[in-house]
Ligand binder design. Structure first.
Ligand code: ADP
Ligand code: ASP
Ligand code: MG
Length: 370
């Protein structure tokens, strides 16, 4: 669809009423953003995991946990003047959650299949609240949309693989008419549906991927990923205060970071965007005025854009990395790293467990701090 963008808000961006208000302001300034993808509110997915664990040990504790989680969401909904319909939907979700607790308790275990039903509650709750709130705030009609109608996956519960062709067909059938009818769609990240109709999820942190999959299916011009930092930086800005935000990256450079430990994007996020050749913007819902990182297909001749780390590996991402490889290896020679991957966009080095952190800092200083 022409001139359509998608906006995804992560857990910290929708963590409370104030945060949801900021999201609504962002959307009101961007009328072309017609599809909104919401993560569970901050830490809710972890709490649902804890609830599942408790249901095996002490059903009473699991139920208390559930009460607290739902009370918090009901309070949030009330403070945002959500409709009675949305309050009823929240109560229905609570019933569903209670039944799942009883099931897990009586079976003495929970399968990945049951866990996905539990996980889905987080995003279904947050999107119920946000859609009702947004329809109070915006002039346009807002529709709560169950993503399970279109986001088809295989049956690998908790790490489901999307079925791109089916997603495209169902999006055309179920979502496009609603958008053409001038509605704003609010839906869930992370959640999908197997071909036999069971609830699945794409893997922890997978809402970014939901956003780009829908972006591809709808042929959106841009997918905006709103999070708690103003873009992608040369290293995790929460761990490295000297990290610098990067204004522009290409798909390959950003993909290398996402696949090698930069948690700001789920690893597969950029695959649909590479196929559909649109763009991704990553920015802060707390401070949208700070701008962010634009990820597109432009290729620069030779540069380095950032670093990521996972386990005892350090990855440097850029373009034409072979021209930088020698000076990097020379600088870090005394640490004697193994070269795990070396190609046009990536150099991944393996250090000992004791040295990896200090090697990361030294390399970041050498490559990205003047
Ligand atoms: P959300 O809940 O919005 O999906 P995440 O916590 O998954 O947010 O991702 C945002 C976090 O990613 C940031 O707070 C930051 O600590 C972390 N992060 C890791 N590497 C990077 C990086 N290179 N650039 C920006 N943020 C990064
Ligand atoms: N809520 C899910 C998680 O915390 C998915 C996401 O936020 O992207 O893993
Ligand atoms: Mg995330």
């Amino acid at each position: 669809m022409s001139n359509l963008t998608i906006s995804k808000f992560g857990g910290s961006s929708v963590k409370n009423a104030e945060a949801m208000r900021r999201c609504s302001q962002i959307l009101s300034k961007r009328p072309e953003s017609r599809v909104v993808i919401i993560s569970a509110t901050y830490n809710t997915t972890n709490e649902l995991e804890e609830m599942a664990g408790l249901s095996l040990k002490q059903i009473g504790d699991a139920k208390n946990h559930l009460d607290k989680l739902f009370d918090r969401h009901l309070d949030l909904a009330k403070s945002l003047n959500c409709s009675n319909d949305s309050l009823s939907m929240i109560n229905e979700l609570k019933l569903e959650a209670s039944e799942l607790i009883v099931k897990m308790n009586s079976e003495g275990h929970y399968s990945p299949e049951v866990m996905d039903q539990v996980y889905s509650l987080g995003e279904r709750l947050s999107s119920t609240i946000f859609s009702s709130f947004l329809s109070n705030e915006l002039k346009s009609k807002v529709i709560y949309f169950d993503i399970r109608k279109v986001l088809h996956t295989d049956s690998s519960f908790t790490r489901a693989i999307p079925n791109i062709e089916k997603i495209k067909l169902s999006t055309l059938e179920h979502l496009v008419p609603l958008i053409e009818d001038n509605n704003i769609i609010v839906t869930q990240g992370f959640v999908g549906c197997s071909l036999d109709g069971k609830t699945t999820t794409l893997g922890r942190e997978g809402s970014d991927y939901s956003a780009t999959l829908l972006g591809e299916a709808l042929n959106a011009t841009q997918v905006n990923i709103w999070t708690d930092v103003p873009g992608i930086a040369t290293a995790d800005p929460k761990k490295m205060i000297s990290a610098k935000f990067v204004k522009e990256m290409n798909f390959e450079e950003a993909s290398v970071l996402a696949k090698n430990g930069a948690k700001v994007l789920f690893p597969d996020t950029l695959e649909p965007i590479k196929r559909s050749n649109s763009t991704v913007f990553v920015g802060s819902s707390l401070n949208p005025e700070l701008g962010g990182t634009l990820i597109n297909s432009k290729v620069e001749p030779s540069r380095m854009v950032g670093m990521a780390s996972e386990f005892n590996r350090v990855t440097i991402s850029g373009t034409d990395m072979s021209t930088h490889k020698e000076k990097i290896l020379e600088f870090i020679e005394s640490y004697n790293p193994n070269i795990l991957a070396s190609n046009h966009n990536e150099l991944t080095l393996e250090f000992s467990d004791q040295q990896v952190e200090v090697a990361f800092r030294l390399l970041h200083g050498f490559l990205f701090e003047e």
